[in-house]
Design a binder for this molecule. Structure first.
Ligand code: GLA
Length: 364
């Protein structure tokens, strides 16, 4: 990887790329660690997006440039795998190849204002934007669900995170004015309004999700074992929460989180008040902290500070955990003020030992 001094898309392609596509990141509002258990999720799309400009390469190499990272990667489709963000791009290209669509060497420009390492799925945004651009460049029709499924494969096979389908479905099908209710088993989905009189604040706690990958795959394996011990195909099939009490630890805790989290999503998707939705978010955070053990002190502290604000209905970590961001449901019109007041306290109260958070939503 080398740097070349920041370029705009027009400078990079001299005359413009053949196609430009984009996709958003996501903020999950409820339904954490349920998607790989065939359960229910409730994400929304970020207003921030990742943009991919694409054209055919003038030579035998793929030439990638990220203006966000100011990094270039050159690689051959017949050579070894590219590093960094190149893995996602390569994954998308190879998955097209597996569908019998020959992809020639490409020139790829990436720029993004989706925050990275904050649990807002910047990788899903990149995969979906890249697949959309490939479809247009190669005149191929793929519907939004197929794009999400290919993007998930790019993530699990080429970036080695055995994720569920939530992030890619959100990047492909959600918008930032709604919540996307998704049944990850049947892929039944509905766009729902936020609870009346509410809006979102999202704050990064300042700890990047470095450990996420290993623990993520470990949690997933624990859930599979819990389902096996209970004799069900997936934890989604457990609806009576009392059933999980027969499990040994840590399976009892892991399953109790998943089963209760599914119930919270189903309840929230019935159309509850902002106050009730906020309570469900608080309960979700407690369950992620106590039973699923994916929270960390800075996330607990940040959500506690958010909850102390009068205009906050509820707050929780969002994404896989182990770092990243918190989301709060705020009284409409108050999210900016809530985020600023909370961040000022978080950054100066000394509790997290000099960590610095940042406001990711609402954008400034
Ligand atoms: C990551 C994964 C998702 C989901 C969440 C946790 O974002 O990519 O599939 O499992 O963690 O809810």
């Amino acid at each position: 990887m080398k740097t070349m001094g920041k370029h705009t898309i027009d400078e990079y392609f001299k005359g413009g790329p053949a196609v430009v596509e984009s996709a958003p990141g996501r903020v999950n509002l409820l339904g954490e660690h349920t998607d790989y258990n065939d359960g229910f999720v409730l994400p929304t799309a970020t207003p921030q997006r990742t943009q991919v400009g694409l054209d055919f390469s003038p030579d035998d190499f793929c030439h990638l440039y990220s203006s966000t990272l100011d990094e270039t990667i050159d690689f051959s489709l017949s050579g070894s795998a590219p590093p960094g963000f190149g893995r996602y791009i390569e994954g998308c290209i190879r998955l097209f190849g597996e569908r019998g669509i020959r992809v020639p060497p490409l020139t790829v420009f990436v720029s993004s204002d989706v925050p990275m390492g904050a649990g807002l799925s910047s990788s899903a945004a990149l995969e979906v934007a890249m697949l959309r651009a490939l479809c247009r460049l190669l005149d191929t029709e793929l519907d939004d669900v197929s794009i999400a499924m290919l993007a998930q494969q790019a993530e699990s096979r080429y970036a080695n995170v055995h994720c569920g389908i939530m992030d890619q479905m959100a990047a492909s099908l959600a918008d930032s004015d709604h919540m996307l209710f998704l049944d990850t088993r049947t892929l039944e989905m509905r766009l729902l309004p936020l609870p009346p009189g509410s809006e979102l604040a999202v704050i990064d706690c300042g700890v990047a999700r470095t450990l996420a990958t290993s623990k993520y795959n470990e949690r997933r394996a624990e859930c599979e074992e819990a389902a096996r011990l209970l004799g069900v195909a997936a934890l989604r099939d457990v609806t009576d929460i009392a059933v999980v009490e027969s499990l040994p630890q840590p399976y009892l805790q892991r399953a109790r989180h998943v089963v209760s989290e599914n119930q919270r999503v189903l309840q929230a998707s019935q159309g509850v008040s902002a106050e009730e939705f906020g309570e469900l978010m608080n309960d979700s955070h407690a369950s992620l902290r106590n039973d699923y053990e994916v929270s960390i002190k800075p996330l607990d502290h940040l959500t506690a500070l958010l909850r102390e604000q009068d205009d906050v209905f509820g707050a929780r970590l969002t994404g896989a955990g182990f770092g990243g961001a918190c989301v709060a449901l705020c009284r409409q019109g108050q999210a900016h003020a809530v985020a600023e007041a909370t961040l000022a306290r978080y950054n100066t109260d000394g509790v997290t030992g000099g960590l610095h958070g940042r406001i990711l939503l609402p954008e400034f």
